[in-house]
Design a protein around this ligand. Sequence first.
Ligand SMILES: Nc1ncnc2c1ncn2[C@@H]1O[C@H](COP(=O)(O)OP(=O)(O)OP(=O)(O)O)[C@@H](O)[C@H]1O
Ligand SMILES: [Mg+2]
Length: 460
Amino acid sequence: MIVDDERFMRTTLREALHSWNYKTIEADSVAAAKREFNREEPPIVLLDIDLPDGSGLDVLSEIKENRPSTIVIMVTGNVDVPNTISALRGGAYDFIGKPVKLEELRITLQNADEIHSLRREVQQVRNERVREFSFLEIIGESEPLKKVIELSRRVAMSDVPSVLLYGETGTGKDLFARAMHYESGRVNSPYVAINCAALPATLIESELFGYEKGAFTDAKQRKEGLFEQAQGGTIFLDEIGELDLPLQAKLLRVLEEGEFRRVGGLKDLPLNVRIIAASNKDLKRTSEEGGFRLDLYFRLSVIQVDIPPLRERGDDVLLLAQHFIDRANLKRRGTKLTGLSSEVAGIFKRYGWAGNVRELRNVIERASILEDGDQVTTAHLPIDMVGGQRRSVGGESGIALPPNGVSLEDVEVELAKQAMTRTNGNLTQAAKLLDISRDQLRYKLKKAGEYETSDAEARS
Ligand SMILES: Nc1ncnc2c1ncn2[C@@H]1O[C@H](COP(=O)(O)OP(=O)(O)OP(=O)(O)O)[C@@H](O)[C@H]1O
Ligand SMILES: [Mg+2]
């Protein structure tokens, strides 16, 4: 788009541009320029500053507001310093003085073209990432999950400096951390993730904070740490409970002062990074036992997001199973799984899912490899899920001690009830599943008020 009030100028530019295979539109005033811009959305604008009804700088600011990727080249006979500064601040790409040297214009346009397509590409990739990592990708419609997504969204939008994500292994902490970044105002700045358990304590400090040249024997050059790389954005500190105590003190200082120091450095450097810390351990208890700084725990837990375990998300387990089935079908051509058999759906809803969504994903992936029909059946499930074999408690069994403990008696009753449900109330079979005698089971059920002699007795 050529914006100039002098007809001769517009003609000269138009003819040159057409000879270089550009298409053009024209405007001769601020009002016309705004109107044409909004109608045609030209990628490049040649913009005069002195226009009869105002300043081209106004057009510039409107363009930049509506379509920031537009390239605006100021073409003006009046290149004074204040104008230049305002135009550059306002996002102008370049200046061309009048009278226009056509060769100079041609080269400027060529560069602008390239920049414009790069900008568009970057924007596209960004949009894709935002979509890929947003809360929309987190599957589930149960109340507990909807609540935690709603809370996370609000936290993401607000600019709280730190968030503590708590959840058992496989509940989606990575997913939530990324979604919080991509749905925050920090979306165009870096997201940096580090697993505090993955590196030895000696390396973590220089990884996180960087070091100065000469800080230690191998420090031949200054190195930026992850905190610096995340400047303006978000850092995800996974398994924060594994950080050793001296580093916890340094992290606390970052949170409290908004400053950090490179290893071997003498100055404090300002830092603007949101910290999302994650843990699958009960940090409060760890603090009370001396393994985690209580002050850091309090600081981090000002905003704590608890991601519920899969077994507390009701029918989400079925939605997620379908999601992973669809994904497996996409990945493996020829697979034609459509869903779960009703028996499997029942088992999924009762199962403990100690490994949460990750465990479910693995179970479905396994089933999609073993598949021989269109449904996931018990034949595709790991044997201990189906209950064909006695299993020991712990590990992969699906039984895990909740972080805040549990009443052992309640667990007994719950398992006794499950055994009864699974065997359709057959006391003998249920007792077998629990590896106790019929009388013991009857006694336990009675004590819990779960046993009516007449009809259960009749069935067994
Ligand atoms: N609600 C969900 N919707 C879709 N996929 C999910 C959901 N929750 C988790 N997943 C998937 O399950 C897997 C495990 O999730 P993730 O790695 O985020 O768990 P985590 O809490 O970080 O576990 P850990 O404590 O072991 O690091 C990932 O593949 C993730 O994409
Ligand atoms: Mg994780």
